[in-house]
Write a new protein. Structure first.
Ligand SMILES: [Cu+2]
Length: 394
């Protein structure tokens, strides 16, 4: 993104020990500040859109450190006690900004404590790199192992999604809530929420899903294992539903639940998330079933008999909205003649018996598909390279 490529790895050699941050980024040619923000990034246009504060939320600050009066002086690399005073996500304050040389290096300190598991985990949140105050690039912080993604889609009177993601049934589950009213009332309201026992209708109040028969005695926001699995309010707090702009709620939220399996005998997939007006636990307000997210696969095929000798396909695969799209290209017959390739606005008139070049004329296909109105000049310059048969290594 924005010509910056690579990875940043957060690791903890032993439980309870300091965090090690390994930065390995190409394309950093200025001073960049870096910080972790509350919400997961979803691929939605360029950095200015996908990494904006309205997309990824505020600085991740679960202990509300940034509220202190003299925050800017107490959280700066020159203050020896900064690791106690900085917000969890304030990497610039703790470690200084990134530049072309520190973009390939290790950051650690005996007092560098950034939770990578548990209720205050940075997992499922977003690392943003800023040039001044402008977001330059951002990336979702995710485990190195692939995750299963599930979703509950709400339609009315509350619409939107709750995404649940987990590596396996013993790891933390990240939850992303984007719920809003479908009418245009200026409302904002808190709801209790739970996952119901059983999967049937939303009308009847039910007990929260509780396969381990937890009695809830020691259940708290810090002790999810002592809570009924379905008791989301006790584990995570209530959720706020508000208005949305372009499908993005003003009160999006992200949580980490240490006891919410998506696989195995206690899986919540197939169960129902229910919202209750606070103080009215008998009356479900809205509900939606939790379902596995299936990969999206799109393909464009070329037949050499009708496409001027060019055969093969482009295949685009996206595992979930949190994953980048992988493009597999397999073409024959280009004869070193091809120049650019683009996605155009309209479908080709395939029913008419045109030749390849006739049906690909601009009069049918329109301009290049550019839904976010991105200035092409701001994209990294093109390079040429090899397209191996298996392009996964690209
Ligand atoms: Cu074109």
């Amino acid at each position: 993104m924005s010509g910056i490529k690579g990875d940043v790895t957060f690791s903890q050699p032993q439980q309870g020990s300091a965090i090690n941050i390994m930065v390995n980024l190409k394309g950093v040619n200025e001073n960049l500040s870096w910080s972790i923000h509350q919400l997961p990034m979803i691929y939605d246009g360029n950095a200015a859109i996908s990494c904006s504060a309205s997309a990824v939320g505020a600085l991740f600050d679960p202990n509300m450190d940034a509220q202190s009066g003299n925050y800017n002086s107490s959280c700066s690399p020159s203050n020896l006690s900064r690791f106690q005073t900085c917000a969890v996500g304030d990497l610039t304050g703790m470690l200084g900004s990134l530049n072309s040389s520190s973009a390939h290096g290790n950051f650690t300190h005996q007092n560098l404590m950034i939770p990578i598991r548990g209720p205050n985990s940075i997992m499922g949140r977003t690392l943003v790199l800023y040039s001044g105050h402008t977001p330059k690039a951002c990336a979702l912080i995710a485990p190195v192992h692939p995750m299963l993604t599930a979703v509950a889609v709400f339609h009315a009177p509350v619409a939107g999604v709750v995404y649940l993601r987990q590596v396996d049934d013993s790891s933390d589950t990240t939850i992303f809530v984007n719920l809003f009213y479908v009418n245009d009332a200026q409302s904002r309201k808190q709801f209790a929420w739970q996952i119901n026992q059983g999967s049937s209708s939303c009308d009847i109040p039910r007990e929260p899903f509780n396969p381990n028969k937890a009695d809830g005695q020691n259940c708290s926001k810090k002790r999810h294992k002592d809570c009924p699995i379905g008791d989301l309010t006790s584990k995570l707090g209530s959720i706020t539903v508000s208005m949305a702009t372009k499908g993005q709620s003003k009160t999006k939220a992200a949580f980490t639940d240490t006891n919410l399996p998506l696989t195995g005998v206690n899986s919540v997939v197939g169960k129902t998330i229910v919202l209750f007006s606070s103080g009215d636990p008998k009356k479900p307000f809205a509900c939606a079933k939790i379902m596995k997210v299936k990969p999206r696969i799109l393909e464009a095929t070329f037949k050499s008999s009708i496409h001027d000798g060019i055969g093969g396909y482009f295949k685009f695969t996206q595992l979930s909205p949190f994953d980048p799209t992988a493009t597999e290209i397999n073409l024959t017959g280009l004869k070193s003649k091809s120049q650019g390739y683009h996605v155009h606005n309209y479908p080709m008139p395939w029913k008419m018996k045109y030749t390849g070049s006739e049906s690909c004329a601009g009069v049918y296909l329109g301009g290049h598909w550019n839904p976010f109105g991105i200035d092409v000049k701001s994209s990294p310059s093109p390079g040429s390279g090899m397209l191996p048969n298996n392009s996964q290594s690209l």
